[in-house]
Design a binder for this molecule. Structure first.
Ligand code: TMP
Ligand code: MG
Length: 196
């Protein structure tokens, strides 16, 4: 049987990475994280995120994030076809939402273009946390994009891009005020209820 691809999306510091790691262990699956900063393209992305003096056009950044996913696509497909579950920390929706937040007049079809053909998640969680709580979390504000005004735009764009009304694979999960364990419990109950 094909492995399941479960994706966790959310704003910066919303707890995605912690939960992805926990779920990967529980499901005895593999953890994928995007951007993957260890690849050749990932190194450029890391420089862009951590060095405010390093400028790239919005289009270039968008295409680099997508190319970073394609660097891992063959490995991802192989694991899934072998029956390994994959838990993913960010993916295509982050790509669209962050680029759209920079320029809301951007053609969404253009934004989706480079990601067409990547494996689709069986389930996508979008974790929502209040901006107040995010601001108190460790490391907030260190990287490009970690600014409250921008994150508010990103949230709006995520909610626009995630077609929760028509796409049954999307689950928006409010984790505000929940502990790590309580959040895991909530996500796990959804995975179980869906028989994944
Ligand atoms: P991270 O904090 O999850 O490592 O992600 C680094 C930043 O990159 C985060 O602010 C979200 C952003 N991002 C994009 O802009 N486009 C993408 O395609 C991805 C995967 C992340
Ligand atoms: Mg971050």
């Amino acid at each position: 049987m094909r492995g399941r691809l479960i994706l966790i999306e959310g704003l910066d510091r919303s707890g995605k990475s912690t939960q992805a790691e926990i779920l990967a262990n529980r499901l005895n699956g593999q953890l994928f994280k995007f951007p993957d900063r260890s690849t050749p393209i990932g190194e450029i992305i890391n420089k862009f995120l951590t060095d405010p003096t390093f400028e790239l056009s919005d289009e270039s950044v968008h295409l680099l994030f997508s190319a970073n996913r394609w660097e891992k696509a063959a490995q991802l497909n192989k694991l899934l076809s072998e029956g390994t579950h994959v838990i993913m920390d960010r993916y295509v929706y982050s790509g669209i939402a962050y680029s759209l937040a920079k320029d809301k007049s951007r053609d969404v079809e253009w934004l989706y273009g480079p990601d067409v053909g990547l494996p689709k998640p069986d389930l996508t969680f979008f974790l929502t946390v209040s901006m107040e709580e995010l601001g108190t979390r460790k490391g907030w504000g260190e990287e490009r994009y970690e600014k409250e005004q921008f994150q508010l735009k990103v949230k709006e764009c995520f909610l626009k891009v995630l077609r929760v009304d028509t796409d049954p694979t999307i689950e928006i999960v409010d984790v505000n005020g929940l502990s790590i364990d309580e959040t895991t419990l909530k996500l796990w109950s959804i995975i179980e209820a869906r028989g994944l």
